[in-house]
Design a binder for this molecule. Structure first.
Ligand SMILES: [Fe+2]
Length: 313
């Protein structure tokens, strides 16, 4: 497979599993194109044209050194210059796939957070509230990303002549869809049942061995789950802490996320929500695995690194 084919496959699988549905994604892209047509020639300078067809600004082809048939890939959750050197040391790595965004995909990560508005709305939070609170947070994340050295790892790949791409939300969408179906099919009553269900997933089981498995961050084992919301698995990074009160008012009882900050934890507690954390790197691994099986079927060899737990699905 060529790099672009691998990348396109990830984007299309991301759209297939997107909580907004294919139609929802197409509506967003259509609006973006309409806006683009109205902006001036000057404003078009530096505009990311790929964003007109690809809804995931946090996933990009970052460096193509040699556009060859890809037989062996190094895949990691966080790829830094250390992993680029590792790839060189291992040798014969045709492509490196990072999960967390790098380069321009890191600089524009915040754009994907809009996805959370629609997901919150699907769980009953009025769209005006979700939009207002998420917009505040999106702007904060955008400002925060400004100080980051976005190109550091991309430069390392370029200097060592290695192909590099990153795939973030497409994989997180796959993980979110998988978890939603598993939870809805089983319908856990109590928090301990929900945690038990998460622990059945091999990636989380593996993470548990090193103390990073599913954990209750807010609430207790015997609490009823109530309505379970998968609002924090995909959509880049944590939303606004002010949303928990609104989620509680919308009838949500339990939030399943990848990770939660102290500020978010306190707000969730105040809103009487339960928060179950599936595990960050293991949830990332779950989504990456759901994509990689497609590549392996086509004969691509996968070498996991940087925390990535490879499990065939
Ligand atoms: Fe992640």
């Amino acid at each position: 497979m060529l790099i672009q084919e691998i990348y396109n496959l990830a984007i299309s699988k991301g759209i297939e599993s997107d909580f907004r549905g294919r139609n929802g994604v197409e509506r967003i892209l259509k609006r973006k194109k309409e806006k683009f047509e109205k902006i001036s020639e000057e404003e078009r300078q530096g505009f990311d044209l790929e964003s007109l067809d690809n809804p995931y600004s946090d996933s990009r082809v970052l460096n193509i050194n040699q556009n060859k048939d890809i037989k062996r890939i190094l895949v990691g959750v966080d790829i830094e210059p250390a992993e680029i050197l590792l790839a060189k040391q291992i040798g014969e790595i045709d492509l490196i796939i990072a999960h967390h965004p790098l380069g321009k995909a890191l600089a524009n990560l915040h754009e994907v957070m809009e996805l959370q508005c629609d997901v919150l709305n699907q769980y009953g939070v009025p769209i005006n509230i979700a939009e207002r609170l998420m917009n505040e947070k999106i702007e904060e994340v955008d400002r925060g990303l400004n100080k980051v050295n976005h190109q550091r790892t991309v430069d390392a790949a370029r200097l060592l002549s290695l192909n590099l791409i990153c795939l973030h939300t497409p994989c997180d969408n796959l993980a979110a869809k998988f978890l939603k179906e598993k939870i809805e099919n089983s319908g856990p009553e109590r928090i301990k049942d929900l945690v038990g269900l998460l622990k059945e997933i091999p990636e989380h089981k593996e993470a548990e061995k090193i103390g990073a498995g599913p954990k209750i961050f807010v609430g207790s084992e015997e609490n009823h789950c109530g309505k379970i919301a998968l609002t924090e698995i995909t959509g880049d990074t944590e939303g606004s802490p002010k949303l928990y009160e609104k989620m509680s008012q919308a009838g949500i009882g339990t939030v399943v996320g990848m990770h939660v900050s102290e500020e978010h934890k306190k707000e969730a507690e105040a809103a009487n929500l339960n928060v179950v954390i599936a595990g960050h790197i293991s949830s990332d691994s779950l989504g990456i695995n759901l994509f990689l099986d497609e590549l392996e079927k086509q004969g691509v060899e996968i070498i996991p690194c940087s925390g990535f737990i490879r499990v065939k699905k």
